[in-house]
Design a protein around this ligand. Structure first.
Ligand SMILES: [Zn+2]
Length: 144
């Protein structure tokens, strides 16, 4: 299905896959399909504690307004600025759950990184810092 999609006319000038392939089998299929030849793999290198801080600090109200305890706090702690609802942390965002997800992700991703590294396709980008800076690095990586 994906190989059909990237062979379509509107993908002729190139395409970006986000979060795919997820495993070695998918990567091999992609790399042997003429349309699916990957020429760059952008690897975001992030500090685990920073990920835990970012995700662990997220809070939201039942109406979907989101905050971050340090980066974007509400005016009154624990209360939504827009509607006064109590802010809560999603269970998925707790430190233990996040650290476990990172461990699983690391185990699943390691073979992919080796695969693309052997092909010389990996471009590492530091995934922390201002969004504009990261965006600039991504654009440089895919244009080069
Ligand atoms: Zn709200």
């Amino acid at each position: 299905m994906l190989t059909d999609r990237i062979a379509a006319e509107d993908a002729a000038a190139g395409f970006i896959l986000d979060g795919f392939p997820r495993n070695l089998a998918q990567a091999r299929v992609l790399q042997t399909s003429p349309a699916g030849l990957i020429d760059k793999v952008v690897l975001f290198v992030v500090n685990e504690d920073e990920i835990v801080r970012r995700i662990g600090g997220r809070r939201g109200c039942p109406h979907g307004h989101t905050y971050h305890m340090e980066d974007h706090p509400p005016v009154h702690p624990g209360v939504c600025d827009v509607d006064g609802e109590a802010l809560e942390q999603r269970l998925d965002d707790s430190e233990a759950v996040v650290r476990n997800r990172l461990a699983v992700f690391g185990r699943e991703t390691e073979p992919l990184i080796s695969f693309y590294d052997q092909l010389g396709l990996i471009v590492e980008i530091k995934g922390s810092g201002p969004v504009e800076h990261i965006t600039r690095q991504i654009l440089q990586a895919v244009r080069a």
